[in-house]
Write a protein of this length. Structure first.
Length: 379
C-alpha cells in the first residue's frame, strides 16, 4: 500500500507539468476492450487512462510484443472522435506472419516458426477465466476419494483406495469472464493456492488428445516434482524440490508449445516439446483442465483456470500457413490481445512504423490500477 501511495503522489505531481510541456508525454483514455486483460477500456470513459512516452523521446526501438499507441489514421473505419488506438506489435519489417490455432508464427522465411513469448510475458498475459474456492460447477468430482468444503472458503480433497479427480467441465474458449467466446483455446493454465497438506498434488492440462501433467510432492513426504507427457512419460523432474507447504501458489501452463511449473513465482520445471516430441496427429480439439491428490489429503484455498492470448484469423487478411502476410519495409503487423474484439492488422494490413505515436509507460487512472508499465504494458 505504501508503494502504491508513493506512485499515486508521483504521478499526481509529475503528470501536469510534463503534459503542459507537451514534448515528452501524452495522455490517452482506452475506449474499447481490444487489449483486455492487460488494459481495461470502455466507451463510457471508465477505462484505463495512460501516460504515453512519445516516440521521438523514446530511446528504445520498437520490438515484438511491445504495446504501442498508433495514430487513428491506420483504420478509416474508426468511430468519429477516436484519434488513436492501442495494440501489440506482432510482426516486424521484412517478416512473414500468420496465425494458426490461436498461436503466432513470424520470421524471415515464408514458413516462419512459432513465436514463443518469454516466461515473464506469458505469466503477465494469462487471461483469468474462472476462479473458485470450493470447486463448484463446472468443476465435478470423478471417481473415489472425498471432497469437503471448509469453513470460510476452500476445500479439502482426500484419497480413498484410489485417487479421485476434479475435472473442469466447461470448454475454455477465447472469450472473457462473462463474455463467451467462439473458439476453443489450446493453451491453458491452472493456478492453485494450497493449504495444509500431506498429499501430492497433480495438475493436468489437455490439448487435443495430448495430456500434460505436473506432480508436486508434499514437504512431509520428501517433496520432488515432475512433468509428464502421455507420449513420453516423465519429461522433466526436480527431485530437489522441498515439497509443497501451506500458502504456496502453484502455476502450471501449457503455452506456445512449452510447459512451465512455477511455485510462488519461481520456475521449478520447464519443457519445450515442439523439438522434443511431436504431439498426437489428428487429435480432436478440446481442453479439460483437472487436478487430483495422491496419498493423503490436501486443502485448496483457491483454484483458477486461465488461458493464453488466442489470436483468431477473423478479418479480411486471410493469413494462414498457406497464405502468410509479408510485412514490407517500414511496416508493422499489430494485434489486439482480446482478438475477438479487435480491429487490427487482420483488417487493415500492416501499418507504417511512422504511425506509432508512443508507448504507454504508466496507468494513472483509475486510482486502483495506477502502475508503472514495462515495454509490453505490464506492471
Amino acid at each position: 500500500m505504501k508503494r502504491r501511495r508513493m506512485l499515486a503522489w508521483a504521478l499526481a505531481l509529475l503528470l501536469p507539468p510534463l503534459l503542459v510541456r507537451g514534448c515528452l508525454l501524452d495522455s490517452y483514455a482506452i475506449q474499447s476492450a481490444s487489449m483486455e486483460p492487460a488494459f481495461h477500456g470502455d466507451d463510457r470513459g471508465q477505462g484505463d487512462q495512460l501516460l504515453v512516452l512519445r516516440r521521438g523521446a523514446d530511446w528504445r526501438a520498437v520490438q515484438r510484443f511491445d504495446a504501442v499507441v498508433l495514430d487513428g489514421s491506420i483504420d478509416p473505419e474508426l468511430p468519429a472522435g477516436v484519434g488513436a488506438v492501442l495494440k501489440r506489435v506482432a510482426g516486424l519489417p521484412g517478416e512473414y506472419l500468420y496465425v494458426e490455432a490461436g498461436d503466432l508464427y513470424a520470421g524471415g522465411s515464408v514458413r516462419p516458426p512459432l513465436v514463443r513469448k518469454s516466461d515473464a510475458l506469458v505469466a503477465g498475459l494469462l487471461v483469468p477465466m474462472r476462479a473458485t474456492t470450493s470447486l463448484e460447477a463446472p468443476w465435478s468430482w470423478v471417481g473415489p476419494g472425498s471432497r469437503e468444503s471448509l469453513p470460510g472458503g476452500g476445500v479439502r480433497l482426500g484419497t480413498g483406495a484410489e485417487e479421485g479427480q476434479a475435472v473442469y467441465g466447461q470448454l475454455v474458449d477465447d472469450g472473457l469472464p462473462g463474455s463467451p467466446g467462439g473458439e476453443s483455446v489450446s493453451d491453458t493454465a491452472l493456478r492453485v493456492e494450497v493449504g495444509a497438506d500431506d498429499a501430492a498434488l497433480e495438475l493436468a492440462l489437455r490439448e487435443g488428445a495430448d495430456l500434460f501433467k505436473a506432480r508436486l510432492g508434499p514437504a512431509s513426504g520428501g517433496g520432488g516434482a515432475t512433468l509428464w507427457h502421455n507420449l513420453g512419460g516423465v519429461v522433466a523432474s526436480a527431485p530437489e524440490f522441498p515439497g509443497l507447504s501451506a500458502g504456496q501458489v502453484v502455476l502450471f501452463w501449457n503455452v506456445d508449445n512449452g510447459l512451465r511449473l512455477r511455485v510462488d513465482g519461481r520456475t521449478i520445471l520447464s519443457w519445450d516439446y515442439e523439438a522434443n516430441a511431436p504431439l498426437t496427429p489428428g487429435a480432436p480439439w478440446h481442453n479439460e483442465p483437472s487436478l487430483s491428490v495422491q496419498g493423503g489429503s490436501l486443502e485448496l484455498r483457491r483454484v483458477e483456470v486461465l488461458r493464453d492470448l488466442h489470436y483468431s484469423r477473423q478479418g479480411v487478411m486471410g493469413i494462414d500457413a498457406d497464405n502468410p502476410c509479408h510485412i514490407g519495409p517500414g511496416m508493422l503487423f499489430v494485434l489486439g490481445d482480446h482478438s475477438r474484439d479487435s480491429r487490427d492488422s487482420r483488417y487493415v494490413g500492416p501499418v507504417p512504423e511512422d504511425a506509432v505515436r508512443g508507448r504507454p509507460i504508466a496507468i494513472y487512472r483509475p486510482a486502483s490500477r495506477r502502475a508503472w508499465l514495462d515495454a509490453a504494458g505490464l506492471p
